[in-house]
Design a protein around this ligand. Structure first.
Ligand SMILES: Nc1ncnc2c1ncn2[C@@H]1O[C@H](COP(=O)(O)OP(=O)(O)OP(=O)(O)O)[C@@H](O)[C@H]1O
Length: 787
């Protein structure tokens, strides 16, 4: 809908007026801040000049203390007001260039006057401190803009719903204080504006979508009811974008008692962390904590084991020969991620409450302080009603006492005497001083040479016992490794624990392989979470109670097991799990495959599911091509943005493939495409291609260790391209040989859906069935020339 020239002029005048006020406020603030800054510097410099120090009497000391405190309070008050001024200045700097992006005219039921509401990334009050010149997009009234078009409309407030009539909804693009675009719109927030936004070139970093949040995305952002919010959305439907806006919204809504570091985002890989890291600062909020699940596992298990990364597991799944070992591993991956295995470990814990605990003997210099048997006997002598981890704590205390009793005798042993003789004079003196210090105030004196010697001997033993005490405090006397292994060495026990004799396929192979790796201190990715889970069941959960929101992006890549683990890890947190089952690329079952395990996590009353079916990332032509590859794809709705149909090119051999890809990259670079990805199936393939092309072309190779995304041309394995997007995507070798297994379907779909504007697919020889089964109208095909 067009707006008249007059309206445009009036709106520009308002922009001028508001930004002038902002500029004026900034000037005043800068002056004030400069002033306060000078004051702070001065106070710091002359802090002691204004403090009267006198410590002669008790009263003098109290006065000195009070004078210091006063001075410190003045300083910290001034520092606080400086920080506040700087924060407001920062906000105004962000606002002034583009003060708002939307306007709604709304007349509340029962009110005479219609209100004009302008929305921006932060609120701004007029000089009277009452009139909102700009409303924060997260204010309750702002939801009108996202949820309604002109007509009847309503919004929720803490005191109930407010209804009324919206007579106008207008959108702006304002840059450098001047209106560049202006539209009046209907229910969906201006397709025109969205067209503009989506047609732009991609960035190395994600952008905020505040100005164009869609109604269904707004449901995700403002959802504040459920403990567990599950978002199942098509590729490019804005799941990640909505999640980040949601963080900003929650930080605003609960600003009194929620800080950014009380929210954690679990991302698919470290690069993704950097990709999304600018969205919140752009909105004037601090970033939440970010981690990958692997980083967490490493932190907890990294000192005991070499933990396999999910990417290495993926490489194995995609490249290993389809032999018995492979089939056994696949069975293992599936089983160890399942709810059955989770239940089995729970059952195992119950069994251990009665029998079967394995301990390491507590030894010192080869001598036993407490044997395995004695520890076990002690353990099972405690009241069975006491929880397992609490019994472990009691055991620890008992062992520390045993160690103390042992220490009482040990100083008389010959090795201590030998050690004393070897002491250098300085060591001797140091020990002596330490001892004196330790025994200060006790009745012993050092008059007697024998006594002195005894104390020195005791100090040596005490020192030597320190590591053992430390290990005992860390509960290392529980042999978790053997306890885990026991499940794979004792079929009978395993059957008792799972309550059935129907063992997973290839069970014997799984057992052999699991044990062999444990012995080498290696943990596969599929074993890492269950191992940690068992460890926590026995030793007690190390929970994080300060975190209030956990956001799991790419949730389809988590097993039900892993999500359960996250729930336990953050017991006081709500969870938002966002994912797309069609992009579930791992071999284990996906937590999103079935809503049931997800609902079971917090119960149906506390769980809500929102589906997103509109895809915004790719052009209509790319979506029409890719959606045919996955079940339920016909429900995916492309956003109305046009481009070329994907181009599928068949080539004769690998040499011509590389040549074609190279000339395509060159052409795309010449045509100004700023972000191009050549997506390979595996890391090995990416590495080879990079080696082949990097001398001739400007390219970067992305590996699992690449910390950040750079703009430009990337060669990247498909599974690392998760969650990100590129202007143009080249799929390297979409042949039948590379992509035909069912587990490769989702990988292929994920790779193709990374393209925003252009998709070129190359294949050596026969095309992948995932292309051949597409409607041929959805792509252009260039067969290899027949000579
Ligand atoms: N309401 C919106 N306004 C503007 N751009 C949007 C909107 N929603 C999504 N987009 C854009 O669409 C693209 C895809 O969004 P996003 O990465 O959040 O989708 P996703 O569902 O997480 O995708 P995937 O599952 O494929 O990784 C991004 O460029 C994002 O900026």
């Amino acid at each position: 809908m067009n707006v008249t020239e007059l309206e445009w002029r009036l709106e520009q005048e308002r922009v001028n007026e508001v930004t002038n006020k902002m500029a004026g406020r900034m000037d005043t603030l800068e002056q004030e801040a400069g002033h306060v800054r000078t004051e702070v510097v001065n106070i710091r410099k002359h802090f002691w000049d204004d403090v009267s120090i006198n410590v002669s009497t008790h009263e003098d000391r109290a006065e000195t203390y009070s004078s210091m405190r006063q001075q410190a309070e003045v300083l910290s008050e001034r520092e606080r007001s400086y920080r506040q001024a700087a924060a407001v200045l920062g906000k105004l700097q962000r606002l002034i260039k583009s003060p708002y992006f939307g306007r709604i005219d709304f007349k509340e039921e029962g009110q005479e006057l219609e209100e004009r509401i302008y929305l921006g990334i932060a609120s701004y009050l007029d000089e009277d401190e009452q009139t909102y010149l700009v409303y924060d997009w997260r204010a309750p009234i702002s939801s009108l803009y996202y949820d309604y078009g002109p007509g009847s409309a309503a919004f929720e407030t803490p005191v109930g719903e407010i209804r009324g009539i919206m007579s106008l909804k207008r959108q702006f693009i304002i840059r450098d204080r001047s209106i560049r675009l202006m539209f009046d719109t209907g229910v969906t927030i201006g397709d025109e504006l969205l067209q503009q936004v989506l047609s732009r070139s991609s960035d190395a970093q994600m952008r905020s979508i505040v100005a164009t949040i869609q109604k269904e995305q707004n449901q995700i952002i403002r959802n504040d009811r459920s403990r567990m919010l599950v978002v199942q959305g098509a590729a490019g439907s804005g799941k990640t974008s909505a999640a980040l806006q949601r963080v900003a919204y929650l930080l605003y809504k609960h600003r009194e008692n929620l800080q950014a570091d009380q929210m954690v985002l679990f991302s698919p890989n470290p690069m993704f962390n950097s990709y999304v890291s600018t969205v919140l600062p752009e909105l004037g909020e601090e970033n939440m904590q970010q981690s990958t699940f692997q980083e967490y596992l490493e932190k907890r298990l990294g000192t005991q084991f070499q933990v396999e990364s999910p990417f290495n597991q993926m490489e194995y799944v995609l490249t290993a020969a389809l032999d018995r070992t492979y089939l056994a591993r696949m069975s293992s991956i599936r089983y160890k991620a399942s709810a059955e295995y989770l239940a089995a470990l729970g059952g195992y814990k119950e069994l251990l409450e009665k029998e079967g605990m394995i301990f390491k003997p507590v030894r010192f210099r080869g001598r036993i302080i407490a044997s395995q048997k004695a520890i076990a006997e002690k353990f099972y002598s405690y009241d069975p009603a006491i929880r397992l981890p609490n019994r472990v704590v009691l055991l620890k205390e008992w062992l520390l006492k045993e160690i103390a009793a042992f220490e009482e005798q040990e100083w008389k042993e010959g090795w201590v005497e030998d050690r004393m003789e070897l002491l250098e004079p300085e060591d001797y003196l140091r020990s002596y001083k330490r001892m004196r210090q330790a025994r200060k105030g006790k009745e012993d004196t050092f008059d007697d040479f024998d006594k002195e010697k005894e104390l020195l001997a005791r100090s040596i033993v005490n020192e030597e016992l320190k590591p053992l005490r430390k290990r005992t405090k860390r509960l290392s006397f529980v042999d978790v490794r053997k306890l885990y292994a026991q499940l794979f060495t004792n079929d009978q026990l395993f059957e008792r624990v799972v309550g059935t004799d129907a063992l997973p396929d290839y069970w014997q192979d799984i057992c052999r392989e699991t044990i062999a790796l444990l012995e080498k201190s290696k943990l596969t990715y599929e074993d890492a979470t269950p191992y940690l889970y068992l460890q926590e069941l026995i030793l007690g959960f190390q929970t994080n109670t300060s975190v209030r929101h956990v956001i799991v992006d790419e949730a389809q890549d988590y097993s039900p097991f892993q999500l359960e683990f996250l729930k336990r890890l953050f017991p006081r947190s709500r969870m938002t799990a966002l994912g797309d089952l069609n992009q579930a690329i791992y071999a284990h079952s996906s937590a999103l495959a079935d809503i049931e395990p997800l609902t079971a996590l917090y119960g149906p009353e506390q769980t809500e599911l929102i589906r997103l079916t509109r895809s915004y990332r790719s052009t209509q032509q790319i979506v029409e091509f890719t959606r045919g590859m996955v079940p339920g794809g016909d429900l995916i709705e492309p956003f109305n943005r046009s481009g070329e149909r994907p181009l599928v090119t068949s080539v004769l051999d690998c040499a011509s493939l590389n040549a074609k890809v190279a000339s395509d990259i060159e052409a795309l670079q010449k045509n100004g495409y700023e972000s191009i990805a050549v997506i390979c199936k595996t890391a090995a393939q990416s590495q080879e291609l990079y080696a082949e092309l990097s001398e001739k072309l400007e390219l970067n190779l992305v590996t699992q260790f690449t910390p950040t995304f750079e703009k430009g041309t990337l060669v990247i394995p498909a599974y690392l391209a998760k969650g990100v997007e590129f202007d143009a995507v080249i799929i390297y070798d979409a042949s039948k040989e590379q992509y035909s297994r069912e587990n490769e379907r989702k990988l292929f779909y994920t790779a193709c859906t990374r393209a925003m504007h252009l998709l070129h697919v190359y294949a050596v020889g026969e095309l992948s069935p995932f292309i051949l089964t597409q409607n041929p109208q959805t792509y252009q095909f260039e067969p290899f020339p027949v000579s």
